[in-house]
Design a protein around this ligand. Structure first.
Ligand code: FES
Length: 119
């Protein structure tokens, strides 16, 4: 994961640097770490700009990256502010947002279900 200075430097290579279209930096939390992001940008764009490519964990426990970037494939689901299965490409960054990647409530419960079903 990139620190704030590295992230800002990397974003200057965007086709349209974020400061030209959005002029408001906000603080968010990604996997327990605090980051500066641009309000209004998609959560997926922010994750990718921070070099986070493994975004989601599906119901089979498989880690996956985003595929379509436009809300069709459901490969980018993350936990946002305590709500599981939010599509990162369809949510926009807001001040104080808490994002957990590779989070899947179902797979965290699987060991419990399997243990109970096999008894
Ligand atoms: S990347 Fe396909 S739904 Fe988000």
């Amino acid at each position: 994961m990139l620190n704030g200075t590295e992230h800002d430097a990397l974003r200057q290579n965007d086709i349209v640097p974020p400061h030209e279209i959005i002029n408001k930096k906000v603080t968010i939390t990604i996997d327990g770490n605090t980051h500066v992001a641009y309000q209004g940008e998609s959560v997926l764009a922010t994750l990718l700009s921070m070099n986070i490519r493994s975004v989601s964990r599906n119901d089979h426990g498989v880690v996956q990256g985003a595929y379509c970037g436009m809300g069709i494939c459901y490969c980018c689901m993350v936990k946002i502010d305590g709500h599981n299965k939010q599509r990162a490409c369809q949510r926009t960054i807001e001040q104080g947002m808490n994002i957990d990647t590779l989070s899947n409530h179902f797979t965290t419960l699987l060991p419990v279900f399997e243990k109970e079903w096999r008894l």
